[in-house]
Structures are given as structure tokens and as C-alpha cells.
Write a protein that binds this ligand. Sequence first.
Ligand SMILES: *Cc1c(COP(=O)(O)O)cnc(C)c1O
Length: 416
Amino acid sequence: MGGLTPRAVPVSDVGDRLDELRAAGLHRGLRLVEGPQGPRVTLDGAEVLLLCSNNYLGLADHPRVRQAAADAAERFGAGAGASRLISGNMEPHRRLEERLADFTGYQAALLFGSGYLANLGTIAALARRGEVVFSDELNHASIIDGCRISRAERFVYRHADLEHLSWGLRKANGRGALIVTDAVFSMDGDVAPISGLLDVARRSGCRLMVDEAHATGALGPGGRGAVAEAGLGGEVDLVVGTLGKTLGSYGAYVCGSAEIVDLLINVARPFIFSTALPPPVIGAASAALELLDGQPGMVEHLRQNGAILRDALAGHGLDVGDSRTQIVPVVVGEARLAMELCERALEGRVFSQAIRPPTVPDGTSRLRLSVMANHRADELCAAAHVVGDAADRLGLTGPAPAGSGVPADSRLPRAA
Ligand SMILES: *Cc1c(COP(=O)(O)O)cnc(C)c1O
């Protein structure tokens, strides 16, 4: 090692960096939760209403999903042994891909280790050095990292702004390779303008990739997602989905043409250089997909619950942004205020997360609540009351907008 020159600056001190995070109100820690991700959980010893899980339809601990995981472990073992290009394509993986392609209306699908890896691998496969990727400013971190790793230039367009995107595409002068967007924005609960984006993509000869992570099971006919809701299944070039949220398991998939999937098998590094998903995980996701396909009523229930929570929070004078899904933000601005609101909600047995930079832009820290299909209406209204009260005490509420509030007919029968 004799040839190396000494560092110009000392290695950064871990303790100092943690202190910096604490001083900025950005330090994060893990909380211990007991039992499965149900509508209620035990958190640090107390029962709370769980309003921050992505297990939207409660499938993660559905008896049929648990059993399918156990059965797959019995039949195929706990692990997949290697990457699928190395030790072979196992039957459960192949079958789940066929089902996912069918479900979303595409020729083919390819499984990835997670949504994070799917975005990394797919963006890097489809956009190369010298080309440009167009990315919504509120896209998920995995998309941002996918853009970085691709070595393509990145143009970040203003949130859902087709004008700004079109302007960027003109500037790119034919070098545009890919437009990429969240379907449901994960911290805001609003929905991307899919058909407008596809128009822009078609006009400019760019591909469009939509990440349905929070849209699967929530939007579209039978929970097929935002692309299906827009009637564009099979039209949008690529759709990414995760098995870890609504589908109650772990892993992810990309749907597209047979040709695109063939390319991904050949060049997507997280697919090539990482062990295939474990069979029990595939078994669970397959069972969850079957349940979703067979019981579209769950999706409707989730939709209604999202509306109940949104209306109740707005009725308390809280700003829920443009949410129209199961994800409802209460934007408060300062990171410390969001933390304070989170703690006070927890005192009222409402478990939701404060979301701070870098997950959201500076000055837009928020409490992010997300409902599940198996929450009861009275629980959601009570939760809105707790959050509203806490916000009042922190001086965060304005006057309630006219016409908001919980409509009398929004009460649901008790869910099992
Ligand atoms: C959660 C999420 C991911 C990551 O998916 P995982 O399977 O959890 O890795 C990707 N994109 C979006 C928009 C997400 O919300």
C-alpha cells in the first residue's frame, strides 16, 4: 500500500454524523412491534392502530398466504440456491411470472429481489451513457438511484408537470430514452397523469416506465393498478410492481414485451448477480395474487377506507394535499413538528410515521398515514380525531374547509 498518498481530510467521525442528524431532527430509530402486520399491533407493549403498513389488503398474514409459504418451503426448500441464470429457473418462479403478466396485461414478466433492485436494474438496462432519463421530482428513492447507476443524464421534471417534461424532451434533442414515474406517489398518495405521460412518450419516441408499488391492489379494475385504471395495460412500455406491499410477501417484478424481458434477463445486473427469491416468498405472493384476483371487493374496501380517513382529517382542518388513495399525508413543514405530531398521535394509540428529508423535500415534512382494507370506519374516524387534536395543540390546523368532514353514509359495517 506504500504508493497511496495520505488522506487530505480525516475520515468523518461516526459519532459526529449521528449528532448532526439528531441536531437537525433527522435521526431515525427502529421501534419494536409484536405480531403480524394487522390493523392493530402491539408497539413497545401497547396496542395501537397501525396506520403505516403497506400490507394494504391484509394479505401478509392471510391464512391461505401463510399456508402457501409453508407448502412452498416443504416442496421446494427455504432457498433458491443461486441466480436463476446459474442454477436453473424453478417452477414456482416461472409460474408466478406468467400469472403476473396475465394479471397486468403484458406479454411477459421478470421477478427481481425487491422493488428497489427492480428499479435499479431496469432503469440501468434501458438508459445508457449519452441518453437522458426523465424522472418526476417526487419519484421513489429507488428510481433516483436507478437513474444514478445508469450513467445516463437525468432530467428531473416538476411533479406531474407534462409541460416541463415536454420542454425537457425538446432540449434532449432525441437523446431521451426513458420517462419514469411512480404511479401512486408514495409519500403523497396522488396519482401520476399516466395517459398524458404516454402521449408525451409516444410523441418523443421515448419509453414510459411506471412503478405501481402503491397502486397494485389499490387502483384500477380488480386492483390491477394505475396503468390499468387508465386503460393502458400493455401500452405503457414497462410496469414495475412489488410483491412486498399489497401482495403481502417480498420481491418485485417488471412487466413488458417479451423482448424487453429478454433484454433484462441479459443485462439487468440485480437479476443476473443476485440469488433468486426464496420459494416460500414466491408461494406466498402467488397465493396473495390469487386472492386479489378472486376478491376485488377488498380493493373497493381499501378505497372507501382511504376516503374516510382523508375526509375525516380534512374535516379537522388538516392539509391532506392531493391524495386520492389509501396514502394520506398530513403536511406540516418542519421535521421537528412532524416528529412531535407523530409522538402525540402515538400517545393517542395511533401509529403512523413522520416523514422527513431526504425522503421528502425540505419544508414538507409530514405525518404519513396509510389505511388497510380491514380497518374499521370508526377506528379511522377516531384516529383522525387524535391526529386533529394533536395538530390543534401544536397550532398546525387552520379553519376546516367548507363541505369537508365525514359524510354520514361513509360508515362501513364492521370488518372481520
Ligand atoms: C416501496 C417502493 C419501492 C421499493 O419496493 P420494495 O419491494 O419494497 O423494495 C419502489 N418504488 C416505490 C414507488 C415504492 O414505494
